[in-house]
Design a protein. Structure first.
Length: 201
């Protein structure tokens, strides 16, 4: 299974069925979100420079704007770093699972046959991954809705509209839920099909 996902999304050797299309799309989302690392690094640099210069409020404006309110502060920059990091994490987790780049207990797995590895993966997806992601997606949605209803924001001159950040919790775990279902279908087809090559799901 590891060999199926080593290339980029356009080169995934998964076939052409809808399940494969969904898995490729999730990997593409993860790869795109990984580029958020660059603005995060830039924001860290800006924060260090402004902190050393003892700059608190960077700029003010008349009307409130989304996320920032009526001013941009050093606290806003710090919050934005963590917001972007959280968004990047939520959007890349599912792709890591699909591409088999997540953490495994390798000292056990390396001694397993390919069929045993697939059985362990499918069992883990059905028993742990899919139920967990369903629960977190359901409650994460409620978490984001309540944040929106409360108009939750910073009380220390940071960023506002916290619901935007929290909405990525159900989105991220929803993507993992879809990834778990897709990988389960893919694994079952590998187990029960004589032809372990490409299949149209």
């Amino acid at each position: 299974m590891e060999q199926d996902f080593e290339s980029g999304p356009s080169d995934l050797k998964l076939g052409v069925g809808p399940v494969h299309t969904v898995l490729k799309g999730i990997v593409w989302v993860g790869r795109a979100a990984a580029w958020l690392l660059l603005p995060i690094l830039a924001l860290v640099l800006v924060s260090v420079v402004l902190s050393a210069a003892k700059v608190g409020t960077i700029i003010r404006w008349e009307n409130d704007i989304f996320l920032f309110g009526s001013r941009l502060t050093l606290s806003s920059i710090g919050d934005l770093q963590w917001h972007l990091f959280g968004i990047m994490l939520m959007l890349t987790m599912a792709g890591a699972i699909i591409t088999d780049k997540h953490v495994r207990v390798d000292f056990l797995r390396q001694h397993m046959s390919e069929r045993t590895k697939t059985i362990v993966d499918v069992t883990g997806h059905i028993v742990l991954l899919i139920p967990l992601c369903a629960i977190v997606t359901y409650h994460g949605y409620d978490f984001a809705v309540r944040s929106f209803a409360m108009n939750e924001g910073s009380n220390y001159d940071g960023m506002y509209d916290r619901f935007f950040l929290k909405s990525f919790i159900p989105i991220g775990f929803g993507l993992m839920f879809l990834a778990g279902i897709g990988l389960t279908i893919h694994g079952l087809r590998r187990l029960f099909s004589k032809d372990t090559g490409q299949a149209d799901d």
